[in-house]
Write a protein that binds this ligand. Structure first.
Ligand code: HEC
Length: 490
């Protein structure tokens, strides 16, 4: 049986509250845990990739021995320093009245006694019930109620300047009503990691957007379905967390240079939403005509693929999609995802034509409910995804993968490598006690019990937050960079 993993703190320090923080040494600890366990199949929340031999798993998780981090510049690695975790953007840009500089909201609640109203609850009994029509109606109602909850004091901050909306911690624009109390940002997303001199995929200086998957080719007829893998432009997004979400963020990234990934458990009532924008223009994709247009400091044109460090310039971006996720219960997988897509024909019905597409509350096909009368879902075999997402994956399957240390792509990619990729299809799309045959790689008993997440032996779940994973990775890279710089100075 797996016992609690052993984690070594950075520079040998122990946390004052008795919890042992994660550190670079955790990767090695993970390797040891895997080596030490005579793993059979799948265990509770911890999961051993099916279909891979034990030796493959060993060689993939083995990492180089950690080196002590003696002389790091403290400010640059402090979670709550404006030069460390709270650096809003690495862009050298002071902001102008038309393009105010992005400010990070990080006064995370210290206690779970929240001041703002709870978010609209989905009716899970109806959503899971046999009456498909009632389930669709309840999904639509929840999606519309979430739009009101999200937009309040966010989309109306400045009606004369699109770029002065969805602002937090920005005294010139943010009204001191709901938005200032309700929403927070994730720290550590400014950094491109080892290439700190260049902003890379990190937050832009105007909106705080981070770079997403490139926009793949679609056609007007197939909108919003992606039809081929050629790149049309870049996609950018910014996520927000409500009070319960902000509380969990503050627990994982307290003041100082330690992190506590195991505290990344969101309270019931957590909401995160993300607004997404694309550099693709209506001349390339007429379906985008009339979409809400903002300006951000990004590398849009011709920056497809790996050219993420090409120069950034002020670029018009169109609002293509909005994503939302909510922890509706206390169970480890009690999440519901929702998606909205720009529909130029529905501009009169929804703010900026953001039409609800549907919801997803589990990984199986029947756990997606499409509500849009126009569009179908863009995910794996009909599962929920928007046009800016990887069509071989789905909201729930990608996010269920959130854990620390992050699993390698070789072990568990975000999407199946091909149709025969039973490892990924089973783990990310079919888990939950499916019979043999349906889920061959998992073995006769099914791999993971209903309600559990595919979390590897020795790793901790990040409770469906992939921004947590990214932030933790960026912060590790910041340590490596600080160490390299300290080495140069000596
Ligand atoms: C291919 C994998 C993938 C798919 C599919 C996907 N996401 Fe994400 N999502 C990510 C990653 C990676 C991040 C973190 C980085 C970022 O914010 O860009 C993220 C971030 C988010 C966030 C910010 C909160 C957080 O910490 O994760 C929300 C909200 C979100 N996604 C919702 C959705 C919804 C809703 C869908 C489906 C419509 C979806 N995602 C589909 C990979 C995915």
């Amino acid at each position: 049986m797996l016992s609690s993993p052993v984690f070594r703190p950075l520079s040998g320090k122990k946390a004052g509250n008795g919890l042992v923080p994660f550190a670079r040494g955790s990767v090695v600890a993970l390797a040891l845990v895997v080596l030490a366990s005579a793993v059979t199949a799948c265990k509770d929340r911890n999961y051993n990739a099916p279909g891979l031999s034990e030796s493959t798993q060993r060689s993939t998780v083995l990492a180089p021995a950690p080196t002590p981090l003696a002389t790091v510049a403290p400010e640059s690695v402090d979670n709550r320093s404006a030069k460390g975790g709270l650096l809003a953007s690495a862009d050298e840009f002071n902001g102008t009245p038309e393009h105010p500089r992005f400010q990070l909201k990080s006064d995370y609640p210290l206690k779970p006694d929240f001041l703002t109203s709870s978010p609209p609850e989905p009716n899970m009994v109806v959503l899971r019930g046999a009456d498909a029509l009632a389930a669709k109606r309840a999904s639509q109602e929840w999606l519309e109620a979430m739009q009101s909850y999200i937009y309040e004091d966010m989309n109306s901050q400045d009606t004369s300047n699109a770029n002065a909306n969805f602002r937090l911690a920005d005294t010139a624009h943010e009204p001191a009503s709901v938005s200032s109390k309700r929403w927070y940002h994730m720290p550590w997303l400014h950094t491109p990691g080892a290439l700190a001199a260049k902003p890379g995929r990190g937050r832009d200086g105007i909106w705080g957007l981070t770079r997403e998957l490139d926009m793949l080719t679609t056609s007007e007829a197939n909108w919003p379905l992606i039809t081929s893998s050629a790149c049309m432009g870049t996609n950018w997004g910014i996520g927000f967390f409500n009070e319960p979400g902000g509380y969990a963020i503050g627990q994982v990234f307290p003041k100082g240079d330690l992190t506590f990934p195991e505290k990344g458990v969101f309270p019931k009532g957590t909401v995160s939403f993300k607004i997404l924008f694309t550099s693709v223009t209506p001349s390339a994709l007429p379906a985008l005509e009339g979409a809400w247009t903002i300006e951000a400091l990004v590398n849009g044109k011709g920056a497809c693929g790996k050219a993420s460090n090409s120069a950034r310039e002020i670029t018009p971006l169109r609002h293509i999609q909005m994503d939302v996720m909510m922890k509706w219960g206390d169970g480890p997988s009690d999440w519901i995802f929702g998606n909205y897509v720009f529909n130029k024909a529905r501009k009169g019905d929804y703010w900026q034509g953001m039409e609800p597409l549907g919801v997803q509350f589990g990984v199986k096909q029947e756990q997606t409910i499409v509500t849009s009368p126009t569009f179908s879902a863009n995910g794996f075999r009909g599962r929920l995804n928007g046009p800016a997402d990887n069509p071989k994956a789905s909201c729930f399957s990608c996010h269920a993968r959130a854990q620390w240390p992050e699993p390698s792509f070789a072990l568990l990619p975000f999407a199946p490598r091909n149709d025969a990729d039973t490892v990924n299809i089973c783990v990310l799309h079919e888990w939950g006690g499916e019979g043999p045959g349906k889920c061959r790689a998992c073995g006769a008993s099914g791999c993971l019990a209903e309600g559990k997440e595919p979390v590897f032996l020795g790793a901790v779940s990040l409770d469906y937050s992939l921004q947590f994973g990214l932030a933790l990775r960026n912060r590790e890279n910041a340590f490596s960079l600080a160490k390299a710089l300290a080495g140069k100075a000596n």
